[in-house]
Ligand binder design. Sequence first.
Ligand code: PRX
Length: 633
Amino acid sequence: MSHYQITSLEHYHEAYAESVSNPDKFWGDIAEENFKWMKKWDNVCDWNFSEPKVEWFKGAQLNITENCLDRHLEERGNKLALIWEPNDPKERFIRYTYRELYEKVCQMANVLKKHGIKKGDRVAIYMPMIPELTISVLACARIGAIHSVVFAGFSAHSLADRINDAEAKMVLTSDGLYRGAKEIPVKRVVDEALQTCPSVKTVLVAERTRWAVNMVEGRDFWLHDELDTVNKECPAEPMNSEDMLFILYTSGSTGKPKGVVHTCGGYMVYAGYSFKNVFQYEESDIYWCTADIGWITGHTYIVYGPLINGATTVMFEGVPTFPDAGRFWQVCDKYGVNQFYTAPTAIRALMAKGEDHVLSYSLDSLRVIGTVGEPINEEAWQWYYIHVGKEKCPVVDTWWQTETGGIMISGLGKHSPMKPAHAGYPLPGIQPVLLDQEGNEIEGNEEEGYLCVKHPWPSILRTTYGDHERCRVTYFSHYKGYYFTGDGARRDENGMYRIIGRVDDVINVSGHRFGTAEIENAINANDLVAESAVVGYPHDIKGQGIYAYVITKNPVQNEDILRAEIVETVVEEIGKIAKPDKIQFVSGLPKTRSGKIMRRILRKVAEGDTSSLGDTSTLLDPDVVDEIKNGAL
Ligand code: PRX
């Protein structure tokens, strides 16, 4: 029996059991039957988590774009591959059939080649959610260039860091972007970034807003001019299964964001498999994921997963609340969307605007609705289930990470039991465990622990770009023999997983990950700041907000002005998405005698819970706690 599409709960159990007892056979069969390979593998999976070294389908050759495009041409050449919905509903949408998308990707790939991009070169993509973004991603994959998409809301500084870390040769961008009521001069950000990026030789600029931009002679080219000079055929580069497909930067608890590396074969198989099963996609369905391709969700579930399955994928340039809070639902009705995938933060923002916006649309076509990126609270879950899903659509609460490449724990459409705020059961091939402090596996249900994973799955990260040791230390050293997720989780009485949240110094703001150290470094970049400490606190819409405790070098004259200046520094250093929500000025931080900040206390104060601060006797200066408590915002 094929396990590529799970068709019932019994089937899930059967597939799961097989995937654990014989992972090589399980994944080998799926890879063989459902994907196009140029050369077959010698081994399905070789691995150890101590180096770590993980290799899937070693010896095989493939090109993921052949699986996303070429192989559909015969059967689905005229089927819609991509529907692009603009920011402004008054503007016209754009649609590409599989044949058209294939030609666009080949053309773009030829432009990259013309500018000297070869297999293994890194290409940074800093673009708004326009079709050229999807096309660029696929064009890189077509010729074996490694894409590094940077969300076009990051600052010039962040962009430069990512370009330099990967030593990208080329940047793909646009003149400007529209996002809701905002207009952002994207090319200007790139120009600023490139002042410190010696590796970049070429910039290709897509036209979106038609604003006048600075074009540097010999470096910058208009994409549309370049596309006119090349043909529509470009052979797919044969890639080894373990060749890099892309780098995507994400924040951790220490230091600068790291480049998570995914490779060709395993990522392809898991992206295809997980998409098909979680969303239960059927041939004529219209699927829409509202994420930005700048994040892993967009990579796997706007671009690769859907296209591998020959799906019609909707790409949306805008935001949920522009021009009004009915925008998502209007788009669902407009295209007859069958599977809808969004983030809890969007649901909460829309919930706050009242039911009228959603009740004015029929949403009849919806069959599966999903969430991703952060824990969904029960109230938001119910609102989504009742008002969007009309109590007939399963809600798939999908838990996964940039590092996991694809969805790990989630319902599979209607085939799984569901429970509000619970991601549920692992997908076939995924072996989650809960560990205690000492690293022992916690058996049984109604238990809580550190969420780790036992055996590799095909799309597990392979390394962090340029620093394999960092990958080992971050993910594979806490508990020997396990991949450590950084999340805490609970198994309920039926073994369903509920993700509690990060157990490290990572905060999740509107589904975006930041390291507290990363934000502190940004705050400290302000000349007036001596030291800072950042924690997350519960936020009604964003899930977590950013609370910063700041010590200034000199006495504060005007708190509001200084706050605005610090926020501005963070915007310059990281981007608007990392703006602190609250800044409290303090004269000291609660530190232990060894100089370690006791974040537990800072978290409690930020949460507004000052009654139970626990033992503060080990602090260097216990008085500072009273001051912090009294000044809480
Ligand atoms: O804490 C978990 C949370 O998001 C983290 C991963 O963030 P990122 O790599 O940016 O990827 C987000 C999109 C896949 C996780 O460690 N997270 C993600 N999905 C869920 C979640 N927390 C609870 N429930 C989820 N469904």
